[in-house]
Design a protein around this ligand. Structure first.
Ligand SMILES: *[C@@H]1O[C@H](CO)[C@@H](O)[C@H](O)[C@H]1NC(C)=O
Ligand SMILES: *[C@@H]1O[C@H](CO)[C@@H](O)[C@H](O)[C@H]1NC(C)=O
Ligand SMILES: *[C@@H]1O[C@H](CO)[C@@H](O)[C@H](O)[C@H]1NC(C)=O
Ligand SMILES: *[C@@H]1O[C@H](CO)[C@@H](O)[C@H](O)[C@H]1NC(C)=O
Ligand SMILES: *[C@@H]1O[C@H](CO)[C@@H](O)[C@H](O)[C@H]1NC(C)=O
Ligand SMILES: *[C@@H]1O[C@H](CO)[C@@H](O)[C@H](O)[C@H]1NC(C)=O
Length: 444
């Protein structure tokens, strides 16, 4: 009391000052409230995103797939430095080697179309150089998988070796770069069953081997196994089969949003008829036969033997998608499952999966040994009871799904970008880079 009295004046001053402070606080409070609310709103959206991601929202995923990750030139530069400023020269070959084949519309959409997609994306890519003297790698765009047989609709690749040989003849006569490195910095795509062996039957493919003319080069191929194999006796990068990003987007758009996955295990494809008869590789026939015999009639399994153009919508409805080996160990089912959020069940013992550094396959898929295929139901029940939601969460990572799709233009993290990333790991094959580093050694 005394003190109050004594310090009456100061108190008054203090009062007015506090009134002033009170207003300041009010202003501060309303401003922070404003920012906090707007923060909450945006953050809420983000939270919604992650929540939807967890329940596999298809609306969100559509957006994720469309959103190009590279949005400005700064990102572009960053992406380039991730690719170590590598430069690629794309040979401008006469149309008979490539664009003539595009007269058939299927040429750029079927499962082997990565040979077209990679070429197309490189043409508009930042890594492309028009000066071959400035290039680390030389891309040879020959489309060999587009000569569709009138009988069965599959591509006839009998002409592949001669077409590639004549392309190499042309570039080695017109340019100095092939002879300079004996082709070791040249890049080809071999996107069909047995990659650079260019034959659809494994035994013939193995006998033929990689064409002599390509043996020194780099081949981007869908075929890959973990053991020694004549069809990968060449520097190679395993790439995913082609699945059109547009088809994935339209499937997602048409699938009801946020729906529960009502199919537990899905497979559509040939079940037992398997024309291949190669020593040591009878499993493919066995695996599919066992699946059909054992699980057809099991209500948890949705197995269909006939082609159906809307099969992607079935994948979008499924929890597990079986990816058993067929002609070759790899299959477009792998890409479609990942893109559409169905957990791939890989049943192909020796398969070497694409882009292992970008796609953590062990975290996003289930692997079942060929010999265990009879226990498929128990194995998948066990996964469902333990770590299914974790696998689904990993699977729904947009970077993972992006990595397996070839877009018209290179997008950081997409399949063509992953190819470039893999090439940038092989820069010691680059004539230019080796010269630059030798120069640096001299200089220092
Ligand atoms: C994609 O996102 C935009 C805005 O963020 C939204 O308006 C649109 O509806 C989304 N698309 C889908 C298919 O959900
Ligand atoms: C396309 O395939 C058929 C059948 O294998 C072959 O006879 C024909 O020469 C091929 N066409 C070209 C242009 O190579
Ligand atoms: C490259 O070597 C081949 C075969 O030795 C030869 O025919 C061709 O003329 C050479 N190319 C160039 C540009 O010298
Ligand atoms: C597979 O081919 C071998 C000969 O290469 C033949 O003896 C065998 O009967 C064939 N098996 C089947 C199931 O067709
Ligand atoms: C899920 O569990 C299985 C064993 O049931 C294991 O092999 C696999 O690595 C697990 N996957 C993940 C992503 O944790
Ligand atoms: C390039 O480096 C890799 C290892 O990073 C090595 O295996 C390969 O032999 C090297 N190639 C050349 C041409 O030096």
């Amino acid at each position: 009391m005394k003190i109050l009295h004594k310090h009456g004046r100061p108190q008054q001053e203090k009062n007015s000052c506090c009134f002033y402070t009170y207003y300041k606080w009010l202003l501060w409070l309303s401003l922070s409230l404003y920012f906090f609310t707007s923060y909450l709103i945006t953050n809420n959206n983000n939270n919604n995103n992650s929540r939807n991601t967890r329940i596999l929202s298809q609306s969100e995923s559509t957006n994720i797939t469309i959103t190009p990750i590279i949005t400005n030139s700064k990102d572009q530069q960053q992406s380039n430095s991730l690719l170590k400023n590598m430069k690629v020269f794309v040979y401008d070959l006469p149309p008979k080697f490539n664009t003539v084949w595009l007269q058939n519309k299927r040429c750029k959409t079927h499962l082997f179309a990565s040979e077209v997609a990679i070429h197309r994306a490189l043409l508009s890519s930042e890594v492309r150089t028009f000066d071959p003297y400035d290039a680390d790698f030389f891309f040879v765009p020959v489309y060999v998988s587009c000569n569709f047989s009138a009988v069965n609709g599959f591509p006839a690749i009998g002409h592949a070796r001669s077409l590639i040989a004549s392309a190499v003849k042309l570039i080695s006569e017109e340019y100095i770069f092939w002879n300079r490195s004996r082709g070791s910095d040249h890049v080809f795509v071999a996107s069909h069953d047995f990659g650079s062996c260019f034959h659809t039957l494994e035994d013939v493919a193995m006998e033929d081997g990689v064409p002599e003319i390509m043996k020194n080069s780099i081949v981007l191929q869908t075929f890959g196994v973990v053991h020694k194999h004549p069809c990968q006796e060449v520097e190679n990068v395993v790439i995913p089969p082609y699945v059109s990003p547009e088809s994935v987007r339209s499937t997602m758009k048409n699938a009801p949003m946020n729906r529960r996955r009502d199919i537990w295990v899905f497979f559509r494809g040939k079940m037992e008829v398997h024309p291949k008869n190669v020593s040591g590789r009878f499993y493919s026939k066995k695996v599919r036969t066992v699946i059909w015999q054992k699980f057809n009639g099991d209500r948890r399994f949705y197995l269909r033997r006939h082609r159906f153009s809307g099969y992607q919508s079935e994948i979008a409805r499924s929890v597990f998608c079986l990816c058993p080996l067929g002609w070759a160990p790899w299959s477009p089912r792998l890409v479609e499952s990942v893109a559409l959020g169905c957990v791939p069940v890989v049943i192909a013992d020796a398969i070497r999966l694409p882009f292992a550094s970008a796609v953590k396959w062990a975290d996003i898929s289930v692997t079942v040994a060929e010999k265990d295929v009879g226990n498929l139901a128990e194995i998948l029940e066990h996964v469902a009871a333990t770590n299914l939601s974790e696998i689904q969460r990993n699977l729904w990572d947009p970077m993972t799904r992006q990595a397996l799709l070839f877009n018209n233009q290179v997008i950081e993290g997409d399949a063509t970008w992953q190819v470039l990333r893999a090439l940038s790991e092989k820069l010691n094959r680059s004539y230019r880079s080796s010269r630059v580093s030798r120069q640096l050694e001299f200089d220092t």
